[in-house]
Design a protein around this ligand. Structure first.
Ligand code: IFM
Length: 471
């Protein structure tokens, strides 16, 4: 069966060889993508795929609490079962391997591995040990993120990221994980997308824990970045051979007109989405324009914090999805002006690969100490259906090709980019959008947990196979 994950790669479906995908993506001979050491992988996150939320001593997270509140998540979905990866991890690893993917970016669920007193939970730890050991045995390069949004609820009950103490608890958690898992992780990322944790979680309330105040957002961001900065030396001490970094989502903002006001609006958009995180990490200070946008929201910063936050990184993970066209709001800020007639995804996000290239080359100009970069997420959602055992996600193939070409252009413009992880290995719990939005290159039928390799995964596998053959 060509659509079965384990069988698909030696017998690519006829559509791949004759039809739709007969014109495989053949990057130019000098493309970065042919470089054998340019890592190509896929990413997932614990709460989005694992399920098993009440098993083996796992404690509740803020997403268990939040998704149980009516109206917070589309269709009332929760991560209680998700892709049942906690039980199906072995088959999922086989699937990843059979696709020829070389890297896997996963996250660890903090509430699974330690209790409220900081005592390790052996059963939870063993799950990640088994998983990471298997990935190593299979020759997969492993990127582990410590925090992909599933804060233990007991910490939120004491103020969550508004409480400075959470940053110190995070350093304890990083200590435990890097002592337990040293040698099985190639690269540690402290946080995934602090912008989302701070702004969506505490600024507009669209994500857990659902608080909405710009002052909360800036203070939460400061404690998240402090947590990151405190964890980096701990990870270095416990697991010296691995790389250490952080993952930021970045947004492209373009002006709706040539007017100075709209240009300023686009600048402020990028300050709020990018410089808010990258300036403290790479320059050791917050961008002052942020506080023009949100007057009176300066966080409480203690002596030495900015030095802790700006400790050198081995890599910076970049997650990119779309651009936003903006105009001045007539006051301090910007407002979205959605463009007509542009290509969009199931999320309504514009497909705009140039944004990725332009941001990366811009960062290279802005930050003289820009670390090596991995694209740690890029992908799109589509309303994928299984028909006759196949999923014809042609828009995703085209999306991936164009974004990979943008990465290649950025490399040629001098940006040090070492790899690319598509988001996501499989359809999963898309936060406030529940299970409706499908980002995977593998389809998941949530009623049976059957995995079906989409055409995009076949395409990725075909490219990787070709690359191996040429190496
Ligand atoms: O699903 C998310 C992921 O958890 C973080 N980055 C963006 C993805 C798509 O919205």
């Amino acid at each position: 069966m060509a659509n079965d994950a384990s069988a698909v790669f030696d017998t690519l479906s006829p559509a791949v060889s004759q039809g739709l995908l007969a014109d495989p993506f053949t990057p130019p001979a000098d493309s970065t993508l042919w470089r054998k050491n340019f890592l190509l992988g896929a990413a997932t996150a614990s709460y989005q795929i694992e399920g098993a939320v009440n098993e083996d001593g796992r404690l509740p997270s803020i997403w268990d609490t939040f998704s149980a509140i009516p109206g917070k998540v589309l269709a009332g979905d929760t991560g209680a079962v998700a892709c049942d990866h906690y039980h199906r991890w072995e088959a999922d690893v086989e699937m990843l391997v059979s696709l020829g993917l070389e890297g896997y970016r996963l996250s660890i669920a903090w509430p699974r591995v330690m209790d409220a007193a900081g005592v390790p939970n052996r059963k939870g730890l063993d799950f990640y040990k088994r998983l990471l050991n298997r990935l190593k045995e299979k020759g997969i390069t492993t990127f582990a993120t410590l925090y992909h949004w599933d804060l233990p609820q007991h910490l939120e009950d004491r103020g969550g990221w508004l409480n400075r103490e959470t940053a110190y608890r995070f350093a304890d958690y990083a200590d435990l994980m890097s002592r337990e898992l040293a040698g099985t992780v190639d690269a540690w990322a402290t946080l995934n997308e602090p912008w989302c944790s701070a702004y969506l979680g505490y600024g507009n309330g669209h994500h857990a824990p659902g608080l909405a105040d710009d002052r909360f957002a800036t203070q939460a961001m400061h404690h998240l970045l402090l947590a990151h900065g405190l964890a980096i030396p701990v990870l270095r001490a416990n697991d010296p051979a691995s790389q250490k970094g952080i993952v930021a989502n970045i947004g492209r903002g373009t002006p709706n007109s040539d007017s100075a006001a709209d240009q300023r609006a686009a600048h402020l958009f990028e300050v709020q989405h990018n410089a808010w995180i990258l300036d403290p990490l790479l320059k050791g200070s917050y961008p002052q324009d942020l506080f023009e946008l949100w007057p009176g929201t300066e966080p409480l910063v203690l002596d030495g914090d900015m030095q802790t936050i700006s400790a050198p990184l081995d890599f910076l993970g970049i997650n990119y999805y779309f651009r936003t066209n903006v105009a001045s709001d007539g006051a301090h800020g910007f407002r979205d002006v959605p463009l007509e007639g542009v290509e969009r995804t199931q999320m309504g996000w514009e497909v705009y690969p140039d944004g990725l290239r332009d941001l990366l080359t811009g960062f290279k100009r802005t930050y003289h100490n820009l670390p090596p970069i991995y694209i740690t997420e890029n992908g799109m959602a589509s309303d994928d259906q299984v028909t006759d055992g196949h999923v014809e996600d042609t828009q995703r193939i085209s999306f991936l090709k164009r974004h990979l070409a943008a990465v290649d252009q950025a490399v040629k413009a001098g940006v040090d980019i070492r790899g690319y992880f598509l988001w996501s290995l499989m359809d999963n719990f898309e936060w406030a959008f529940g299970y409706e939005r499908r980002f995977g290159v593998v389809h998941v039928d949530y009623s049976t947990q059957k995995r079906t390799v989409k055409r995009s995964a076949e395409w990725v596998a075909k490219f990787l196979k070709e690359r191996k053959a040429r190496a």
